[in-house]
Design a protein. Sequence first.
Length: 352
Amino acid sequence: MLKIKKLKVNGFETVVVGKDPRTNFHSIIAIHSTRLGPSLGGIRMWPYVNERSAMQDVRRLAAAMTKKAAVSGLPVGGGKAVIIGDPMKDKTRSLLLTMGEFIESLQGRYIGAKDSGILPEDLDVVAEQTRHVTGTTRKRGGSGDPSVATAKGVLLGIQAACQCVYGSKNLKGRIVAIQGIGHVGWNLGRLLYQKGVHLIVADPEANRVEQARRSWKATVVPVSRIHQVQADVFAPCALGGVLNAKTIPQLKAKIVAGGANNQCLDEERDPYRMMERNIVHVPDYVLNAGGLIHLVVREILRQRQVKPWLKTIETTVCEVLTTSIQKGIPPLVMTNRLAKQKIRHSMNIQNA
Ligand code: NAD
């Protein structure tokens, strides 16, 4: 039987831990905020070493979703789910059904979606137990994999950053280093290649890098070196915490702009470390909002046109980078302020 334990966590509306030994299920859902609407965020399946590290991850991710929805002007709040387990070995139909049951217990205050380790087909199984899930396959009536929209948004943000830093958004001849060529990284690589960019890539999956080498004539480097290569843009598209006290001094690109969530290990100090080195870091939750935009526009607002919403990423990146340069404040700090303002503003409108 699924057992649910409710925890009191400062700054979060609800945090629940679900366990079911019958299906080897161990998961946490964190609802950071429902002030602007039901919380929406992906389900990440990852072999966390223990519940503590899963808890840390889910809290950071859920809080970032609140800011992401707010800066993108979407009527949803921030939440996230993690499943402790290896998606290659532990992802069974019964485990996914239990995930559906767990989500259903929150009665719509959390809406699930895809994140690392979870595919739209997996969400179809989750949806057998709950209707509070987005991004199921088109066959099941969902809007499918949001990674393409995420990559399109990242591309628009990279162009805007190049305009600010290099004076042109034309990417032809630029060099972009992509860390991780999974769903987002692969789609981003494809779009950049079409724009005439030379790609440098790294991924622990040998077949993916080989495919990138063949399809895009990409230069392949070891995973440990990708952040240090000479490039115009470094695009982290794997996991969080890649920008830190050790890696920042090794960066050679003037722009860091990628799809991964929570790229700074220390959100207080790392943005300043980059600014001191004159590196422009485009805040991840502005840049990678395309996936969330796609899900909300298609499945919650029931609109067909995602493109105009994606364009807001370009506008926000321009606005944030310009103000950041004028005021001498790191872009992430600027964006955090912008997100807070937008939440306050939307709540004032709701309460008027
Ligand atoms: P994914 O699991 O499909 O891809 C991640 C890739 O990174 C894999 O190919 C993996 O082998 C590789 N990788 C793992 N460790 C690495 C390392 N040390 N160096 C280089 N590569 C490494 O996940 P995804 O859906 O592409 O998401 C990637 C990131 O983007 C995550 O942080 C996710 O939260 C974020 N994100 C994804 C979406 C989306 O629409 N999928 C939306 C917003 C944010």
